[in-house]
Design a protein around this ligand. Structure first.
Ligand SMILES: *Cc1c(COP(=O)(O)O)cnc(C)c1O
Length: 408
């Protein structure tokens, strides 16, 4: 595991533009010509290496970006999609057919949860949602028709860490596919090194990092990627969540700095989590020894990238959370917005935003309290300055009590 260094792999990928440009040329075409009709036929059959047919299937820039993301996740191949949900739905519909069963972590992205819970059952694909840390319950839930264990390496929004080594052992034993959404921990966790079969990202978040587009990718074996792109029965080819070439070009350029950004996001989040925990706030961050999965994450991660840019803080009630977030936005500490991985801090109240698809009762059972604020910590240059300003907001709103702090 220590020998693999995704940042080096990405750095070494060299793509020249058509005229010697230092960035690859964007192919501004939806369709491609063939000098011979025979080659067109072979391309349709999937037998003509290096030939392009139609951009829903492949385009040069999408292949460049996919190749770079396959390097990131140490897989043979990858395919980019128009959004993270485009990747998740394509992968699940490729693997699972009517009559199949999925085991999923119960703490997952709200859209994925809604897809598994509401969208798939009418297609006769059912999901059992479980606590991903309860390995025994997961093994007991496996049925003859189970095809997949699905989880997020670091979950949204509770930042629970899945034990990918143990899950992959179960998958190998029962011939299941382990599908891991690694959106929260690019570079720091490499799921395939721990036994995952397919790794998914919402590129919208850290990988693109500039909150200007949605995008997705799934990384896996060449055979699996080809299957999803098959013109007759490939889920991605037929559902059509195709990324535009201009977008893949800009995402590829942003990917080039991911390693630097992740270190700064993690450094800043660790800094704030430690300070606010010390101030007596209810903070959850996998980099804190008090986090229940701290040791597990340590055993799974590439340490140089830290524990990631996400942390949560419980403000008590939704009203308090809203008051605090509005004040922090007014003080220019960040934006009251969903999503993550931006240069500026983003915060949102999970229960009433990105996890609102999950019924309240289930949210409570999971530990998503009403006042839970999820922070995606930005790339702030001077994080002590940020800490002081945030603390003032917390004191002003009464989230942090006067006597607990040393600023006055
Ligand atoms: C945002 C997100 C998704 C969905 O990605 P989109 O690009 O918004 O479609 C899936 N999984 C996780 C963990 C996410 O944060």
């Amino acid at each position: 595991m220590e020998d693999f260094n995704a940042a080096n792999e990405i750095q070494d990928l060299q793509y020249f533009g058509e005229f010697g440009g230092v960035n690859p040329s964007i192919s501004d075409s939806s369709t491609y010509t063939f000098l011979s009709a025979k080659t067109m036929f072979d391309t349709f059959e999937g037998n003509a290496e290096g030939c392009y047919l139609y951009s829903r299937h492949s385009s040069p820039m999408n292949l460049y970006l996919a190749q770079a993301l396959a390097k990131l996740e140490n897989t043979e191949a990858a395919n980019v999609t128009a959004s993270g949900m485009g990747a998740i739905t394509s992968v699940l519909l490729q693997i699972c057919k009517s009559g199949d069963h999925i085991i999923s972590s119960r703490t997952i992205y709200g859209g994925t949860y809604a897809f598994l819970k509401n969208f798939l059952p009418p297609f006769n694909i059912d999901t059992t949602f479980l606590d991903i840390n309860n390995i025994e319950a997961i093994e007991n839930a496996i049925k003859p028709n189970t095809k997949v264990i699905y989880c997020e390496s670091v979950s949204n929004p509770l930042l629970e860490v899945a034990d990918l080594r143990k899950l992959s052992e179960i998958c190998k034993k029962h011939n299941l596919k382990l599908i891991v959404d690694n959106t929260f921990s690019p570079l720091s966790i490499s799921p395939t090194l721990l036994g995952a079969d397919i790794v998914i990202h919402s590129l919208t978040k850290f990988i693109n990092g500039s909150s200007d587009t949605v995008g997705g990718v799934y990384c896996g074996s060449q055979e699996f990627i080809n299957d999803t792109k098959n013109v007759n029965n490939g889920a991605c080819m037929l559902l059509g969540p195709t990324m535009d070439s201009f977008r893949s070009a800009s995402i590829l350029k942003n990917l080039r700095t991911l390693h630097i950004r992740m270190k700064q996001h993690s450094y800043n989040a660790q800094y704030l989590a430690e300070r606010f925990e010390h101030d007596g706030l209810k903070v959850s961050y996998p980099g804190l020894p008090s986090h229940k999965n701290h040791e597990l994450m340590k055993s799974m991660m590439h340490e140089e990238y830290g524990f990631g840019g996400l942390m949560t803080l419980d403000a008590g009630t939704t009203d308090k959370a809203n008051e605090l977030m509005e004040l922090m936005q007014q003080e220019n500490l960040g934006y009251l917005a969903v999503s993550l991985g931006f240069y500026k801090t983003l915060f949102s109240c999970s229960g009433s935003s990105t996890s609102s698809e999950i019924p309240e009762e289930e949210r409570m059972a999971m530990g998503i309290s009403d006042g839970l604020i999820r922070f995606s910590i930005g790339l702030d240059h001077d994080i002590e300055r940020t800490y002081q300003k945030m603390k003032e907001c917390m004191v002003k709103t009464g989230v942090l009590h006067y006597e607990n702090t040393s600023i006055y």
